[in-house]
Design a protein around this ligand. Structure first.
Ligand code: PMP
Length: 354
């Protein structure tokens, strides 16, 4: 840290992204990326857009916004496109949280929420998940704070129903409820259908998972026109050109090929079911994940040891040191070939344990 670093940020512990190793070719199941490449049309559109890089991009992302509005059945004024859902989430912390509007989220959830809170000087409360790792809904009802819930939750993969989310919206009418649907396309139900009924709902989604575009950085928010206007005030006060030309073009082409996204999501769901069944046979406990990852605990080996053993054998998964979940590992659901390799390595490791 330099002696010039602002007092505001001195105590900040930044978010630790999953490893993006450059040393060797791993079977990479650690950051919930898609195993499938982006659709060809998206790649071609990005290449074409690159020819106009001398010009600024459209700060309103009009074409992409209009297409998203059409797909999700809302008006363009109800959509904002940002640089990954991380940026939308940060904007939501900036726009809807302060000393009088603290944030609240589960104790085990996306690790960026406490970082965004700290970055923006926002007090926050963490409500423990129940013993079965489900969200303790009664404690969120009428909590009177700005709520952030990942649905499905990360890293458990467990999802709430729209009815359960509606109970939070109804009982917190004077607070914004942010539903982070980064993983919703893999088997959970979206809350987007509630945005016209509740002016306090902001749904956040991303192209990083189901749409195979983590490297492009596109996320979007859907809510009431007034909420979207707030987020645009923040966006236009920080970086109006947050979506570059290539990303915007690739995103639009991707949306014009939604059937590819749907097919990929179905394949991931099939590979998830196959892998969960195999892990259970090997003595693992797995949560009921509706996401593109599996959260599992072995009855024979600890989470950190299993992570290390798999890494030695060229398979990268994610382990979290947080006490409550230290026995678990999180495995991104990849292609069937990747899951076969992962399971073969797990079998080898378990055999060595006895
Ligand atoms: N929300 C959740 C729950 C996530 O796990 C992630 C991925 N790390 C994000 C948001 C951010 O995704 P992105 O910025 O790539 O859209």
């Amino acid at each position: 840290m330099s002696r010039f670093f602002s007092e505001k940020y001195k105590a900040l512990t930044p978010y630790t992204p999953g490893e993006q190793p450059q040393d060797m070719q791993y079977v990479k199941l650690n950051t919930n990326e898609s195993p499938f490449p982006p659709c060809e049309a998206a790649v071609a559109a990005a290449a074409e857009a690159a020819k106009k890089l001398q010009l600024y991009p459209d700060p309103d992302c009009r074409a992409l916004t209009a297409k998203l509005a059409e797909i999700y059945g809302v008006s363009p004024a109800q959509v904002i496109v940002n640089n990954g859902s991380d940026e939308t989430l940060n904007f939501a912390f900036m726009a809807y949280c302060d000393a009088n509007h603290p944030a609240v989220f589960p104790d085990i959830t996306y690790g960026f929420y406490p970082v965004f809170a700290a970055l923006n000087g926002v007090p926050y409360e963490e409500i423990p998940l129940k013993a079965d790792f489900t969200i303790d809904l009664p404690r969120f009802r009428g909590v009177g704070k700005t709520i952030f819930i990942a649905n499905p939750n990360a890293p458990t993969g467990i999802a709430l129903t729209p009815e359960e989310i509606e109970s939070l919206l109804k009982t917190n009418p004077d607070n914004v409820v942010v539903i982070d649907e980064a993983y919703v396309d893999f088997g959970a139900q979206s809350a987007v259908g509630l945005v016209n009924k509740y002016d306090n709902l902001l749904v956040v989604q991303t192209f990083s998972k189901s749409r195979s575009m983590a490297g492009a950085r596109i996320g979007f928010g859907i809510g009431s026109p007034a909420l979207i206007a707030d987020l645009n005030t923040v966006k236009y006060s920080t970086n109006p050109y947050n979506i570059n030309r290539m990303t915007a073009a690739a995103g639009l082409a991707c949306l014009e090929n939604e059937e590819i996204t749907r097919r990929n999501c179905r394949t991931v769901a099939e590979n998830r079911a196959f892998t969960v069944a195999a892990l259970r046979e090997l003595g693992f406990a797995c949560t009921d994940s509706k996401a593109n990852f599996i959260f599992a605990k072995s009855d024979k080996i600890g989470g950190r040891a299993l992570y290390q053993e798999l890494k030695k054998r060229g398979v990268l998964i994610r382990h979290f040191d947080k006490e409550r979940i230290a026995d678990y590992i999180r495995i991104t659901v990849g292609s069937r070939e990747q899951m076969d390799i992962f399971l073969a390595r797990v079998r080898e490791i378990l055999e060595e344990q006895v």
